[in-house]
Design a protein around this ligand. Structure first.
Ligand code: PEP
Ligand code: MG
Length: 883
């Protein structure tokens, strides 16, 4: 087996496509060699060695030593040196390099091969003993730290001590003799801390470092990282051994990092930092302030120190040539590491650079504009979830944050304001022009007005599909939910977390993108929907095959949805409309009356409002499809809570408060989410569904007259588990359509379909589809009932499930493909058995989640529906799913 791949002198045994075998770094080093770029010669020990090492009980494959020796000899031949030689010693760097970049692993050992003898040779050959001993002490520190496990600070303290004793303030104040003295001190520290001498044999050093790279594959930090990023353990890491080039050989030497485009803005300009007379770790360590690479960047930063463009013009123009070449070759923004040794530029690494969402958009659009990539590729280059960063205000990354607690990142964006503990207080603050954060244990539909009034919402209970989370996402308001550490005292008007107690009126900031709760106000940056955003969205629309609709209940939602490119409404939750203005009183009258007449009287009051609501939606949507769901309340949300509210209903209906209270007790439920909700209400009280159907059809007639664009309402029945339920409700709707047609002389095209949101409905989808004209998968309830996890209480324990790896992701965010997804699959298949062209959509929160959208494409749904602010994300994700 070939375990070792060499590179150097314009050729390499590997190439970029061999990333799995050589790791990212090794594959790109080989590729750069093949491109004829100046890369110090070296070799890569493959990821297969890592796998074999662990399979064999931490023993190397037999032929490895031989192959490493041969590769080392070849590097020596190319550099005119020999590993361990007393006259012309070859020194190497040893670095890890997994397939995917992996923080947490052993990183780098430089200057390996130095010992008491070779350091003298280095001093002689370079004519600079200070450089040689500085390199040696760096090697001892690095090696002792990453291979022998001796902590850095032991060396740092010794260095500080020494500098003090010499009255020196900077490392550069120290000379050759000083470093020589420190080298002996460092070796003594190693002996004390490690219990053995610092290894003098270059071979021992090399195998020690290689072993440390492989061992670091299994350290907890690396394991954790793999777990979080779904990187399989079986991938293993490669090891790169490469001839040293020195950036610390005086003032014509330097080391640096550069991006081919600005990673935070995407601007096409070489961007980066370098340090003269330094080695790699100095740039990262931040001991010295690095200098800018281009003159333009230096001027913009107002820096005194010369740019690389000025200080090292030849190396700069060489770097400029190379970066252009690398970007063309890789067809993406590159992040490069380089070293200049005595005026000669060497490339040490290149890879696709990490970038912000804003930069990703701009780079993708511009690369396509430059003809380097196709539009489809550009669409694939931007992570849909990252668009969230662009659609909402976010916390200024430079701002300081005093984080006092954290919860679930329930709805993205950040907001600051004074703390209010009730929706009434939120409205009052709003009227007074004071921004506020609504802080509640949990929210209910009654809080809608308060949520509207607030800049952001914080709850201490509830998961990602709790009421607060769903509604906030719908409104595009930041929300942090389930902050269990915060205790709210409504009476006292305080919240407490650890030693911090805040009262109503105190300033608070929430970051709905991270879940952080921050004391005080923090600076924000506004969203910026630049031209690049619109361009890329347009390209995405050309590619995707699924439709994108929005979950929208209000005219504001509907307008936002259209602005973001929604092609219809996939879910209008009518229960939210019942809380607008003072309608709730009539709604309570309806629910609490114990006879049909009482209900009809109350419904008559509600009808005009409903018609108005639907007319507004139909008008905004201009002929696009609108799915309206019949009332789906957990009933308790509508019941009066306070004595005053009970009195109000009594006054409205003429029924005694006692009788009302009796009725409330009758209606109270242990488990409202599994109680009197969904179509069960329409079955028991058909007059409610009739009123809603009338409102829908009358509004449709009126909207068509007004706008000339006839709407096709899709009336949707919730929480069905058997065809019989659906048929009963559908009969009422059809009858009402007929009645309205007769009254108005105009008939409306419409469809009646159902939510599929209970496991039994998936199983019986074939029969249900015999009469239902469309399905919309309600994956919120399907997850709740499929997993038996209450969507309102999940916050308290789900965290432990994802942490322990029992669940990969919150199933209320990303669809549980194996379970809930399987139910959806069954529903799709069986539904199509009786109605092959049945229209299929999804309107649970998963409709806005990129991973779930891929799944929807896979099972062949016609559209996804999500909250308005997620529409752009869904458009992009659907495009990528179709690629
Ligand atoms: C669902 O259950 O997925 C759904 C969309 O309905 P709701 O969230 O209103 O229960
Ligand atoms: Mg539901």
């Amino acid at each position: 087996t070939k375990w070792v791949y060499s590179f150097g002198d314009g050729k390499a045994e590997g190439k970029a496509s061999m990333r799995n075998l050589l790791g990212g770094k090794g594959a790109n080093l080989a590729e750069m060699c093949n491109l004829g770029l100046p890369v110090p010669p070296g070799f890569t020990i493959t990821t297969e060695v890592c796998t074999a090492y662990y399979a064999g009980g931490k023993r190397y494959p037999e032929a490895l030593r031989e192959q490493v020796d041969a590769a080392l000899a070849q590097v020596g031949a190319l550099t005119g040196k020999r590993f361990g030689d007393a006259e012309h010693p070859l020194l190497v760097s040893v670095r890890s390099g997994a397939r995917a970049s992996m923080p947490g692993m052993m990183d780098t050992v430089l200057n390996l091969g130095l010992n008491d003898e070779t350091v003298e040779a280095l001093a002689r050959n370079a004519g600079d003993p200070r450089f040689a001993y500085d390199s040696y002490r760096r090697f001892i520190t690095m090696y002792a730290n990453v291979v022998l496990g001796v902590e850095h600070h032991a060396f740092e303290e010794a260095l500080e001590h020494y500098k003090e004793s010499k009255g020196a303030s900077l490392d550069t104040d120290l000379g050759a003799e000083d470093w020589k003295t420190l080298v002996s001190t460092y070796k003594r520290i190693v002996r004390d801390e490690h219990g053995a001498e610092f290894p003098q044999s270059p071979q021992d050093q090399l195998w020690g470092a290689i072993g440390a790279v492989f061992d670091s594959w299994m350290i907890p930090r690396a394991k954790k990282y793999r777990e979080l990023n779904a990187i399989p353990e079986s991938w293993g890491t490669a090891v790169n051994v490469q001839a040293m080039v020195f950036g610390n050989m005086g003032d014509t030497s330097a080391t640096g990092v550069a991006f081919t485009r600005n990673p935070s803005t995407g601007e096409k300009a070489l961007y980066g930092e370098f340090l003269i007379n330094a080695q790699g770790e100095d740039v990262v360590a931040g001991i010295r302030t690095p200098q800018d690479i281009t003159e333009k960047a230096r001027q913009e930063a107002g820096s005194e120190k010369p740019s690389m463009e000025r200080a090292m013009p030849e190396s700069f123009s060489e770097l400029t040539r190379i970066y252009g070449l690398l970007e063309k070759h890789y067809r993406d923004m590159q992040d490069m590491e380089f070293t200049i040794e005595s005026g000669k530029l060497w490339m040490l690494q290149t890879r696709n650079g990490k970038r912000t969402a804003k930069a990703a958009l701009r780079i993708a659009v511009e690369l396509a504009g430059e003809g380097l990539i196709s539009r489809e590729e550009a669409v694939g280059r931007v992570e849909p979830g990252a668009l969230d960063q662009l659609l909402h205000p976010t916390i200024d990354p430079k701002a300081e944050r005093k984080v006092i607690a954290s919860g679930l990142p329930a709805s993205p964006g950040a907001a600051s304001g004074e703390i209010v503990f009730s929706s009434e207080a939120a409205e009052a603050a709003r009227k007074a022009g004071r921004p506020c954060i609504l802080v509640r244990i949990e929210t209910s539909p009654e809080d809608i007005h308060g949520m509207h009034a607030a800049e952001g919402i914080l709850t201490t209970r509830g998961g990602m599909t709790s009421h607060a989370a769903v509604v906030a996402r719908g409104m595009g308001k930041p929300c942090v939910s389930g902050v269990g550490a915060i205790r709210i005292d409504y009476k006292a008007g305080t919240l407490a977390v650890g030693p911090v107690t805040l009262k109503a009126g105190d300033k608070l900031t929430i970051d709905g993108s991270t879940g952080q709760v921050i004391q005080g106000e923090v600076a924000m940056v506004a969203p910026e929907l630049s031209g690049d955003f619109a361009t890329l969205m347009g390209w995405a629309d050309e590619v995707r095959t699924m439709g994108i609709r929005a979950n929208a209940d209000t005219p504001t939602d509907a307008r936002t949805a259209r602005e973001f490119g929604a092609e219809g409404i996939g879910l209008c939750r009518t229960e939210h409309m019942f809380f607008e203005g003072d309608r709730i009183v009539a709604v309570r009258e309806m629910i609490l009356s114990d006879d049909v007449e009482g209900r009809r009287a109350a419904l008559a009051k509600i009808l005009p409002y409903q018609r108005q609501d639907f007319l507004a939606l139909f008008t905004i949507m201009q002929g696009l499809p609108v799915t309206i769901r019949l009332l789906d309340p957990p009933l308790h949300e509508f019941l009066p809570h306070t004595d005053a509210e009970v009195a109000e209903v009594a006054a409205g209906t003429g029924v005694s408060e006692d009788k009302l209270r009796h009725r409330m007790r009758e209606l109270s439920e242990f488990n409202p989410m599994l109680g009197f909700r969904g179509c069960r209400l329409a079955i028991a009280f058909p007059e409610i569904a009739e009123m809603q159907a009338r409102a829908i059809f009358e509004a449709a007639v009126e909207a068509a007259r007004k706008t000339g664009a006839p709407v096709t309402p899709e009336v949707m029945v919730p929480l069905v588990f058997t065809r019989a339920e659906f048929d009963i409700v559908k009969a009422r709707i059809d009858a009402m359509a007929k009645a309205v047609a007769e009254e108005t002389g105009e008939s409306v095209e419409y469809q009646v379909g159902t939510m599929i949101e209970l496991p039994r409905a998936c199983l019986r989808a074939k029969e249900i589809a015999e009469t239902a004209e469309f399905f919309s998968f309600g994956t919120n309830d399907l997850t709740q009932t499929g997993l038996g996890i209450s969507r309102d209480d999940a916050g308290t324990f789900l965290g432990a499930y994802t942490q322990k790896g029992i669940l990969e992701a919150d199933p209320f965010v990303t669809i549980d493909q194996e379970g809930v997804g399987e139910l959806v699959r069954i529903g799709v298949e069986r539904g199509r058995q009786s109605r092959p062209d049945i229209k299929l959509g999804i309107c649970g929160e998963h409709g806005g989640d990129p991973a779930s959208i891929h799944f929807c494409q896979e099972v062949g749904l016609d559209y996804v529906s999500c909250s308005p602010f997620r529409v752009p994300i869904a458009r992009l994700a659907a495009a990528q799913a179709a690629l």
